[in-house]
Design a protein around this ligand. Sequence first.
Ligand code: NAG
Ligand code: NAG
Length: 558
Amino acid sequence: MEKLKILFAVVFSLGTASAASLGVVQTEGGAVQGRNIPLGLFRSVDVFKGIPFAAQPGTLEKPKAHPGWNGILKATKFAPRCLQMSMLQTSSFGSEDCLYLNIWVPHGRQVSSNLPVMIWLYGGGFMVGGSMGANFLNNYLYSGQEIADKGGVIVVSVGYRVGTLGFLSTGDSGLPGNYGLWDQHAAIAWVHRNIGSFGGDPENITIFGESAGGASVSFQTLSPHNKGLVKRAISQSGVAFCPWAMSRNPRKVAEEVAVNVGCPTDDRMVDCLKSTDAKTLTMAAPRVTQGSPDSPGVTNLLLSPVVDGDFLPDRPENLFHNAADIDYIAGVNDMDGHLFTSQDIPSLGNKNKETPVEDVKRLLAAYSKELGPAAMEIAFAEYSSNWGSTPTQDTIKRSAVDIGTDYIFLVPIQTAIYLHAANARSGRTFSYMLSEPSLMAGPGKPYHDWVGSDHADDLQYVFGKPFTTPKAYGDRHRALSGYMIAYWTNFARTGNPNKGNLQVPAMWPEFTSTEQQFLEINGKMNESSTGHEMRLRFVRLWTSTLPSLASRDVTEAQ
Ligand SMILES: *[C@@H]1O[C@H](CO)[C@@H](O)[C@H](O)[C@H]1NC(C)=O
Ligand SMILES: *[C@@H]1O[C@H](CO)[C@@H](O)[C@H](O)[C@H]1NC(C)=O
């Protein structure tokens, strides 16, 4: 009888403990109710899906405040993605009514308060993507649940416009562009105003993102409009300096789109574009075509942010004072270029095909074409300096991947890191390289044995997939996922990835202008997994040697 009583008491307290939940939450627009998911003894997470942070935006206009609602909004379903082209670029899906966010709030015995907040900005080349990410069997890639539960932080993921609707611009006040960036900013501002009611600390907001999302994070920190809203930021495999991150000739693209939808290209163009049906506009975007060594795929991404004199008052390199008090992590996957280079040079990814050295030279020539006629040979000499007289196919192919990784990601990311550290006041800087071997590499698998972390490989680890789908991964992947969640959430909590609720396997040294250190992250990392001056020889090649050639050519031509 006594035992039964104790059992009863335990069951009863378990019942109440697992019920720690925010219930109905008041936001500026009205009341919302999510769903509480019990995760174990005294642990649960409240999930809110599809909360509007702005009204449905006008076509090619900045987002506007949401008018609010009566009653309780049931926040239990993801909102549609923003209107975008399908994978095959033959149709569109999604909605113009897409400015919604999702929130994951972890609880222990008691309802949480004052938690650090992490806001996720998805990638997709500014052309595609959604706040929930790809979905396999109701397991959404960008579910914030693992990060929230393990790290004790609130995770928010937000929708923003992409493609023509997000980034079409005439390069002047007619169509200033950057609509997708304004959406992200509106979401950040909403979180700052409202997250307190969800148990979050509005003064401890970290934004993080990957690829175009990483570049978005970079733009958000550089814009004067986020002053005081963002405390920290993490850019994974993308920054403002990436060659695909800014439109070079937005007017030309706008005219091409205008022609595609039957609008005139004179002073009637803007009004005509704005009154064009959103689906038609979406399908009128320049197609992202298969690349070749002479015309690499990334150079086909034409709809992206621009210097608009408002959100971005100047070129990114002149805006780092706005990020001077923001703590910043930026990093790259060691083979981030593999996905792209093996599209541009199809033989590269084929285990049974040889890649001609000529193709490597053509790719380099395409990347360096604005840097003068001598650039390709000088760059090639650097990349082939370890080849010896008879390089193996693996050596040639790996060099091609290095070229893609350096040009598309690594060098621009290093540039951003150096500038952040050089301009910092209170803000700290941390640099990483992810070097976990690809799950697709090895005998009997599609990729060459030597393929490391490809573009987007980091996502599964940051979002804890080795824990949610354990059968698809090994123990080293769960270790790696745990490490990344620890560094990321510690950073969100304290501004220092080494300090917080979770233990880390190695001390991540700060990057400073005098000591350019970085952390190498993988499933077998240990205290020695640090390095310094990441690929400095190649950073110098692209940021100093080759540009100085180009300016010499210009001087000689004058
Ligand atoms: C953020 O959270 C930390 C740890 O809880 C706290 O010390 C700090 O005051 C908070 N605010 C800011 C702006 O860092
Ligand atoms: C750390 O890892 C490296 C690379 O795997 C290895 O060579 C080294 O022996 C390890 N060091 C320690 C102290 O375990």
